[in-house]
Design a protein around this ligand. Sequence first.
Ligand code: ADP
Ligand code: ADP
Length: 228
Amino acid sequence: MLRFEHVSKRYPDGTMAVDDLDLEVAAGELVTLVGPSGCGKTTTMRMVNRLEEPTEGRVLLDGRDVADQDPVTLRRRIGYVIQQVGLFPHKTVLDNTATVLTLLGRRRSEARRRAAELLDLVGLDPAVFGGRYPDQLSGGQRQRVGVARALAADPPVLLMDEPFGAVDPVVRERLQSEFLRLQAEVRKTVLFVTHDIEEAVRLGDRIAVYGQGRIEQFDSPAAVLGAP
Ligand code: ADP
Ligand code: ADP
């Protein structure tokens, strides 16, 4: 479904962020990328939705090189959630989510109906939270809205870059559990970046352990935990 073939990324200043990466993610699989800061996880992810271009190699989505695809069309098939999701401050939670759908051409009433379903799916009661503005939410709740919005276009692929990294540990654990439950339901193909090995092991079907620009181990949670 998602495949990196000998992918390297050297930034213009000479930094070799990703070095000859090979990685294959099956449809419906959740792969976590874990490793210390600066080892190339985010760069790997951003080459999927073409926020970065590889200097060598190819990234294939369903067998097609993403470089041959129009970025706007491509990004409709790829949900993206970052550490601090940017919500429209002057739109309600419901409208933040519904806007994605109206941009895709859905009728406003239909978009709002679907947005309410999505909020429900991520654990935010639309009757309680739908009418709130982003600054009336906790950090964890904002991240949930980010996930709802990323799911709005029903993309087959989700890219998550430290989505729960900025919330406190108790909330993070809850978001992790809820995300696992959600994923069991929606079965997206997910790349999930974290620097937290516990999070990586808890969430990943398989875990890619990064060293400098390279994957040092790619295995099941049990195998990664069993490693010396
Ligand atoms: P991670 O997500 O694992 O923290 P990144 O992919 O963000 O790692 O970064 C990998 C390396 O590339 C780091 O050394 C970082 O400083 C460098 N880097 C990231 N973005 C740029 C950029 N736009 N220009 C130059 N170097 C960059
Ligand atoms: P969550 O686990 O849902 O992310 P937090 O533990 O971060 O929640 O926040 C605790 C509670 O405080 C939440 O249920 C939320 O409704 C409430 N809360 C936090 N910030 C605000 C705010 N600015 N306005 C209203 N309620 C808030």
